[in-house]
Design a protein around this ligand. Structure first.
Ligand code: PLP
Length: 381
């Protein structure tokens, strides 16, 4: 029997636990006084922290430090990429994060297959016909299903049409090996808090010679591409988390074994369970599951009461009950999508976390089956 006071956190795609290396780097940076733009020794020390972090973040994605533009997070980096390039016409995949979709409201959407992978034939047709796109934005891995997108094939096509490629690698960074040069993308988005760094800091990696108009003016920081005094402590934490995530990349295969075991046990215990995106290559840590007959919000609340934190659909928008545009693009109807939960493991997840989830989720399915309808009564918190 699981003690109810035990807490299991399986929502790393919303935010991952802070790594101890990041905490230590931030604590050290918070003791600094200097502004990295100041020329005196205090400023130079602060500058050293940001430049060390720039090297660490660059190393995570096989880029050069000068290509890193620190931002306030993935959302800002996506906005900078889509607005800063001033592209006249843009194609985006239909499963992009809201921060991409909102930054390019007029963009044409590239459909995806039922497995949640970009439809390359449809991309070919869109590139060949009509207005020539100047920028194509496709994420490296989806935040809801974990589906990994064939970016090299996307780049091959966009280049052949003279377009640039932006790739949102927020969920993939620290979970997949990434080489900016091998991917061949022009712009790559990163966020610290998905890989064990602090919230509120991210980066846009910019391959030269991509021209980029800053979103914020009023200072020459980040080589004139992002004005404003740098958040030194957050950047230091980002750098330390990036280095730790890179050093631990091979741990992803263990995480994948835990995820696979969790899915196998959940499917065996609850007949009719759907696993979305299973036919596509997926991030090792992510699982998007639907339990027959019970709304996702009810599952999230019931699991929370059992001490297990997961999310319904996209956690960035949770709190609001809203159909997932990702599952809809995969051809999933609103009823089925409304039952989908996301379980996402972190660098800290263990076998006992998986055991707790499976036990709590299957117990919930049994209660639902006994109640005979989708309105089970939850005890007061
Ligand atoms: N892109 C993807 C794929 C995400 O999952 C998220 C956050 O969930 C973001 C961008 C936004 O990143 P941030 O929270 O750093 O603004």
């Amino acid at each position: 029997m699981i003690a109810m006071s035990a807490q299991t956190y399986l929502d790393a795609n919303a935010t991952a636990p802070l790594r101890p290396e990041a905490r230590a780097a931030m604590a050290a940076a918070l003791d600094l006084t200097g502004n990295p733009s100041s020329v005196h020794r205090f400023g130079r020390l602060a500058r050293r922290y940001t430049e060390d972090a720039r090297e660490q973040v660059a190393a995570l994605v096989g880029a050069r430090p000068a290509q890193i533009v620190f931002t306030s997070g993935g959302t800002e980096a996506n906005n900078l990429a889509l607005k800063g390039t001033k592209a006249a016409s843009i194609l985006v995949s239909a499963i992009e994060h809201d921060s991409v979709l909102a930054a390019a409201p007029g963009a044409i959407r590239i459909p995806v297959t039922s497995a949640g992978s970009i439809d390359l034939d449809a991309l070919d047709r869109l590139l060949a016909g009509g207005e020539r796109p100047a920028l194509v934005s496709v994420m490296l891995a989806n935040n809801e299903t974990g589906a990994i997108q064939p970016i090299a094939s996307v780049v091959e096509r966009t280049r052949a049409h003279g377009a640039q490629t932006h790739c949102d690698a927020v969920q993939a960074a620290g979970r997949l090996p990434i080489s900016m040069a091998e991917l061949g993308v022009d712009l790559l988005t990163l966020s610290a808090h998905k890989l064990g760094g602090p919230q509120g800091v991210g980066a846009l990696v910019v391959a030269e010679p991509v021209g980029l108009a800053p979103l914020l003016g009023g200072g020459g920081q980040e080589r004139g591409r992002r004005a404003g005094t740098e958040n030194v402590a957050a950047i230091a934490g980002f750098g330390a988390a990036a280095a730790a995530a890179l050093a631990e990349l091979e741990k992803q295969s263990e995480i994948g074994q835990l995820r696979d075991e969790m899915e196998a046990r959940a499917c065996a215990a609850v007949p009719g369970t759907i696993v979305f995106g299973r036919a596509a290559p997926r991030l090792a840590n992510t699982s998007c599951l639907a339990m027959p007959g019970l709304a996702a919000e009810t599952q999230v609340m019931a699991l929370d009461l059992a001490g297990v934190a997961i999310s319904a659909g996209a956690a960035c928008s949770s709190g609001k009950v809203r159909a997932s545009h990702v599952l809809a693009a995969m051809g999933c109807g609103p009823e089925e999508a409304g039952r989908a939960i996301r379980v996402s493991l972190s660098w800290q997840s263990t076998q006992s976390d998986i055991d707790r989830f499976v036990e709590a989720w299957t117990a919930l399915a049994r209660r639902r089956a006994m109640s005979g309808n989708d309105r089970i009564t939850l005890p007061a918190a």
